[in-house]
Design a protein around this ligand. Structure first.
Ligand SMILES: Nc1ncnc2c1ncn2[C@@H]1O[C@H](COP(=O)(O)OP(=O)(O)OP(=O)(O)O)[C@@H](O)[C@H]1O
Ligand SMILES: [Mg+2]
Length: 268
């Protein structure tokens, strides 16, 4: 199982959107995908239409080892896609993680129990640099950094790269950076908005050698796809899937075809 975390240290950078669409793109071509909602805002759980019942275990109980990880995994409405959900109760994990020795390794260790069950795990992380965020980043073999095509997005990218450097310097992060994914890239007709152009150019300079993936364009269609459960292609906008096709291509070249059993890929 390959573990990917979407992380970016500011609100509204496209973490949940990119986790969701990447997971669906991988599931659609036959990979078994486990999504992990590691944000107490629980947007991903909501996007997947999963309702957490009062007595049902979530990521909170999984991280606290009150249940086995398998007991925290639920089928989604989509083929090949499973979820460890969260709700706002996940906020209470902060104290537990900071008081536990090596709390930042908690999620990585739990996921090790299911490496044989899934091809890919995709973790959606919160915007703040909290203990939950650290455990989500440390669990990643590949880190995807979505960043809004704006000065706020550039700042978020810089802060996230700093975090990665810090974690690497103490050997806590052993993964690599999959890419930077510009989010809400604005075009009017064939003309890119100046703000988008400048900030994506700045991102390339900051990213230095890290892949900058084709952008997620500013568009209501992503939300429409989430709300209707349809793909962007089914809605008539196949071009909007380009960022995720590119990421899948990179992953397949780098990992999936080599390190995972291609036979687990069931659909065409
Ligand atoms: N292509 C798009 N163009 C414009 N808005 C979008 C697009 N895709 C998603 N959005 C909206 O942008 C907002 C932020 O996206 P998203 O929730 O993915 O960011 P996030 O980084 O997960 O935010 P948070 O830090 O709060 O978890 C959401 O309200 C979402 O509906
Ligand atoms: Mg989010």
């Amino acid at each position: 199982m390959l573990t990917i975390t979407a992380a970016s240290l500011a609100g509204g950078q496209g973490k949940t959107t990119s986790s969701f669409f990447l997971a669906k793109a991988l599931a659609r071509i036959g990979y078994k995908v486990l999504m992990v909602d590691a944000d107490p805002q629980s947007s991903l759980t909501l996007y997947l239409g999963h309702e957490v019942e009062a007595n049902q275990p979530t990521l909170l109980e999984v991280l606290k080892k009150q249940v086995s990880i398998e007991d925290g995994i639920y089928e989604s409405n989509y083929q090949n896609l499973w979820l460890i959900p969260s709700d706002d109760g996940l906020e209470t994990i902060q104290d537990y993680l900071s008081s536990t020795a090596m709390g930042e390794l908690a999620l990585k260790k739990r996921l090790q129990q299911v490496v044989e069950l899934f091809d890919v795990a995709i973790i959606d992380s919160p915007p703040q640099r909290t203990q939950i965020c650290l455990t989500a980043v440390v669990a990643a073999q590949e880190l995807l950094i979505p960043a809004e095509a704006s000065s706020k997005g550039l700042h978020s990218l810089v802060r996230t790269l700093q975090l990665v450097d810090e974690l690497r310097s103490v050997d806590a992060f052993e993964g690599s950076i999959l890419g930077v994914l510009p989010f809400r890239d604005r075009w009017v007709g064939r003309t890119q908005a100046k703000r988008s152009e400048v900030s994506i150019q700045d991102m390339r300079e900051v990213a230095q050698g890290i892949l900058v993936v084709p952008s997620i364009l500013e568009s209501e269609r992503y939300k429409q796809a989430i709300d209707t459960g349809k793909t962007l292609k089914e809605l008539g906008y196949p071009d909007l899937e380009l960022p995720f096709q590119k990421i899948v291509e990179v992953l397949e070249t780098k990992w999936l075809t080599n390190k995972l059993n291609p036979l687990t890929r069931t659909a065409g």
